[in-house]
Design a protein around this ligand. Structure first.
Ligand code: SF4
Length: 233
């Protein structure tokens, strides 16, 4: 299975690491705010980048780039994900995995094999509104299993939620905080309506309310930050 996109340099994906990000097509979810609508809805139309071309690029950037972020879509759908990660790691890169957490068995397997340095997992919403927020009826026990596993895994990780007026309120933040109490890091991400989104015209959570959301989560998680807002406190 091939990757369908590559961002050759990102400074925001993985701490201070200079990171290349790879995108694969396909996802079991249909989050209405998803920025990668084309990759999610029409994976058959997606570009296929020969993996050897990606490795060539990464070979040329050895000593310049630090890490590779594997993103989607949902990368745990990739049937040869392990082999691809091994090939990238052999070039000396750290691996960050972005995941919706719907394949806990694959996360466990990759972590047990020492192939992942950092996981970023979406927490779409409170459990009660999870299916509503990710656009399909899901088995929440699979998400719960991933959250439990990641928190106990011993590797570095973050949870993050893209927040919108239509989906997230104070009670949801309280429920998320209780769910992930004691987590390493959590980010509140500002919703952006972009051309590639699956649906449009949702509303951003305004800065003051976002800060109130943060204060709710801070009762449960020490390290809470923002992405996309012009402040971090
Ligand atoms: S936001 Fe992530 S989980 Fe949701 S549809 Fe897009 S790729 Fe899938």
């Amino acid at each position: 299975m091939d990757f369908s996109g590559m961002e050759k340099l990102s400074l925001v994906d993985f701490d201070d690491n200079l990171t290349a990000t790879l995108f694969m097509a396909g996802c079991p979810f249909r989050c209405p705010f998803c920025h990668n609508g084309e990759l999610v809805l029409h994976p058959e139309r997606a570009e296929k980048i020969p993996f050897e071309d990606i490795l060539d690029y990464l070979r040329k950037r050895q000593g310049v780039l630090d890490a590779v972020c594997i993103s989607g879509g949902e990368p745990t759908l990739m049937n040869d994900l392990e082999a691809k990660i091994r090939a990238i790691r052999e070039l000396g890169y750290l691996i960050k995995l972005d995941s919706n957490g719907y394949n806990p068995a694959i996360l466990k397997d990759l972590v047990a094999k020492g192939l992942i340095d950092y996981i970023a997992m979406d927490i779409k919403n409170s459990k009660a509104k999870y299916s509503l927020t990710c656009g399909v009826d899901i088995d929440i026990s699979r998400i719960e299993e991933s959250v439990r596993f990641i928190m106990e895994s011993g590797i570095r990780y973050e949870f993050r939620t893209t927040i919108m007026d239509e989906f997230h309120d104070y009670a949801d933040m309280m429920a998320i905080g209780e769910w992930i109490a004691g987590a390493q890091r959590y980010f509140l991400q500002r919703y952006e309506d972009r051309e590639g989104c699956i649906q449009h015209h949702f509303h951003q959570i305004q800065p003051q309310k976002a800060k109130e959301f943060k204060n709710i989560i801070k009762a449960y998680v020490d390290d809470v930050g923002f992405r996309g807002y012009e402040f971090n406190d």
